[in-house]
Write a protein that binds this ligand. Structure first.
Ligand SMILES: NC(=O)c1ccc[n+]([C@@H]2O[C@H](COP(=O)([O-])OP(=O)(O)OC[C@H]3O[C@@H](n4cnc5c(N)ncnc54)[C@H](O)[C@@H]3O)[C@@H](O)[C@H]2O)c1
Length: 417
């Protein structure tokens, strides 16, 4: 019979509660959720009830929660700026951890984390979920098979999607580096992580340019008001909260438990709740009148130690999110978007792989969330390759930290190590 590991979750929001909590709670033969900690009583109540966690094991203070070890494993899904403090505290208490990215935006803290882990001998897996998503694993397999020869160059695009940018990076939690990591880490550390995984090499040099160009007051249409409810453009502006949260919600069939609507209003979501949130909360602010400072477009250029070159582009100005990747090898090329992987081996017929057929589960991040939760069990059993161990994940964090440093220095070329 399997060992059942007890799990505590720190931060039961979109990731800790809705994503990992629900998945972990499904695998009853592997895990049992026994304690929760969050500042928000409504979330403790909701997820406590859903996961069957006793009231005395629901904590609204992390200080109280950390007074003793409450489970075998701790899931840390608090906001970006809390990850280092919570992970180090968790190691001190003796937890093995699953911790959300980004770990930190600070090089010194990367070292602190590694030292704390070594000192306390705990295991840690970082939520670079895309490494576990079947479509990305398939790309890795193709490269490894040697089908396209030796990898030479990668062109990686991350179109964020105009409304996703407005939701998360203009109005939402990741809009300002005072409260969260810069875009290259908050959103794009997955991409940097995948790039160095595919390159099978550490990054040697990096440079980056980019800025916040559009979502600022000087670009507001004439007469635009501070909040969408009062604005003469509210029915035509594509960034209007009414169009993003009410029009799109109707177009999607009025889901009651779906992101991003559950971020705006508490589930079960209704039109009445969304309207009330737009009228009083941050998601009803004009995108040109927010306190955002993170970029809306950024380009990164990388040289890996083994000679592979790569460029990465993120930008907000596209209809749909979904990464687009081209890899160039000495005997072929491959292209991936949200629907297909196309492989052109020179002199042979084109091979097309349907990405949807690779998905085993209808879970977040193209199945990556579910596979990560499986990998977590392997880590606990001591038989995992630890694809996204703390050490491996810190490598891509260093790339992000240096990319941001370079961007702020107008594209200065920097060494990673
Ligand atoms: N791996 C991924 O692909 C992925 C995707 C989205 C978000 N994230 C990351 O996951 C983390 C959580 O994001 P989210 O969308 O779930 O945010 P969220 O706001 O929905 O959830 C965070 C929760 O932490 C709680 N919290 C804050 N400070 C706390 C404290 N000191 N003690 C206890 N609880 C506290 C909040 O009340 C909230 O419920 C962020 O760091 C984010 O960048 C990762």
């Amino acid at each position: 019979m399997n060992k059942i590991y007890t799990v505590a979750i720190l931060g039961v929001g979109a990731r800790g509660g809705n994503a990992y909590g629900k998945l972990i709670n499904k695998f009853t033969e592997k895990y049992k959720i026994v304690a929760l900690c969050d500042l928000r009583e409504d979330r403790l109540e909701h997820f406590g009830g859903l996961f069957g966690v006793d009231k005395e094991n629901r904590f609204n203070s992390d200080a109280e929660f950390f007074k003793k070890k409450r489970a075998d494993l701790l899931v840390i899904a608090t906001p970006d700026k809390a990850h280092v403090r919570h992970t180090i505290k968790a190691f001190e208490v003796g937890y093995d951890v699953l911790v959300e990215k980004p770990l930190t935006d600070n090089e010194e803290e990367c070292k602190l984390l590694l030292r704390a882990q070594a000192k306390h001998g705990c295991r840690a897996l970082v939520c670079h979920v895309l490494r576990y998503a079947p479509a990305y694993t398939k790309l890795y397999e193709i490269i490894n098979s040697g089908k396209i020869g030796r990898l030479i160059d990668i062109n990686w695009i991350e179109p964020v999607g105009y409304w996703h940018q407005a939701h998360s990076y203009v109005r939402g939690n990741w809009r300002n580096t005072a409260d969260s990591a810069p875009m290259i880490l908050a959103k794009s550390c997955h991409d940097l992580d995948l790039l160095q995984w595919y390159a099978k090499s550490k990054c040697k040099t990096i440079s980056s340019v980019g800025s916040l160009d559009f979502f600022k007051a000087e670009n507001a249409p004439k007469g635009a008001t501070e909040r969408c409810q009062d604005c003469p453009h509210k029915d035509i502006c594509p960034y209007s909260a009414y169009r993003i949260y009410i029009e799109r919600w109707h177009q999607s069939g009025c889901p009651t438990h779906e992101w991003p609507y559950t971020v705006v209003a508490t589930a079960p979501v209704s039109e009445e709740k969304i309207r009330a949130a737009i009228e009083s909360g941050p998601y009803g602010k004009c995108v040109f009148h927010c306190d955002n400072n993170v970029v809306d477009h950024q380009t990164v250029q990388m040289l890996f130690e083994n000679g592979i070159t790569a460029t990465f582009h993120m930008n907000a100005f596209n209809l749909h999110g979904g990464r687009r990747v081209t890899m160039f090898g000495t005997y072929g090329e491959l292209y991936m978007d949200q629907k297909t992987i196309t492989v052109n081996v020179f002199g042979k017929p084109t091979e097309t792989i349907n990405v949807n057929e690779l998905l085993e589960a209808d879970y977040g991040h193209g199945g990556g969330d579910a596979k990560l939760v499986e990998a977590l069990y392997d880590m606990m059993e001591g038989n995992a390759g630890l694809e996204t161990s703390l050490e491996a994940s810190i490598e891509s964090h260093l790339m992000g930290i240096k990319a941001e440093e370079s961007r702020l220095a107008e594209g200065k070329l920097l060494l990673i190590h």
